[in-house]
Design a protein around this ligand. Structure first.
Ligand code: URA
Length: 213
């Protein structure tokens, strides 16, 4: 079982911070934005999987036999919170190709402002897997909290949340609702604006990675 003791885990590695700065610039192209997000997702995945349970397997090298380390337990589950989560998913999946993959789709009801589920498909046996929920932007925290609620209802007990950028408001909301779910992020920005965007942030992550408006 991965043990991450802090609720908020900042990845301050120079490569992550440098790439994030390029992503923030308004003139950065869709193509570069997507590539940088994939690269950062792999560096965040390196941190989030640091304490995975290990076991050994007997192998033969050209020189002889050894008990060599391998990752133990059931395959990880990567859960993309649509649609921006897909920008993190590709890179993490490249690094952990055997992972199982799920998707959670939520939209915001304009009257109640509450997240409403429109899609939900996750791997089986979530209770036995490390579950990594992926969403680049932890803003109000409403959709993240709702997504984690759904995953817990499906049995997940060991969940990590990976994002690129977080707002203090979103971190606080997650801590209140899901104190057992550590957050791994590249940065915590200053605040949310009145439209729920992270400031200074990088704009709408989905639009920037898919070239929509
Ligand atoms: N979602 C985004 O894509 N950007 C923000 O700043 C907040 C939420």
């Amino acid at each position: 079982m991965i043990r991450m003791e802090q609720h908020l885990n900042l990845v301050e590695h120079p490569l992550v911070q440098h790439k994030l700065t390029i992503m923030r610039k308004k003139e950065t192209s869709t193509n570069s934005f997507r590539r940088l997000l994939r690269e950062i997702s792999q560096l965040l995945a390196y941190e989030i999987t640091r304490e995975l349970d290990m076991t050994t397997t007997r192998i033969e090298t050209p020189m002889g036999a050894m008990d060599a380390p391998t990752i133990g337990g059931k395959k990880l589950a990567l859960i993309s919170i649509l649609r921006a989560g897909n920008g993190l998913l590709d890179g993490v999946l490249e690094l952990i190709p055997a992972a199982r993959v799920g998707f959670v789709g939520l939209y915001r009801d304009e009257e109640t402002l509450r997240p409403v589920q429109y899609y939900y498909k996750v791997p089986d046996s979530l209770e036995d897997r490390l579950v990594i929920a992926l969403d680049p932007m932890l803003a109000t925290g409403n959709s993240s909290v709702a997504a984690i609620d759904l995953l817990k209802k499906s049995g997940a007990r060991n969940i990590r949340f990976m994002c690129l950028l977080a707002a203090p408001e979103g971190v606080a909301r997650m801590k209140e609702a899901h104190p057992d779910v550590p957050i791994v992020t590249a940065a915590v920005d200053e605040k949310l604006n009145e439209n729920g965007y992270i400031v200074p942030g990088l704009g709408d992550a989905g639009d920037r990675m898919f070239g929509t408006k």
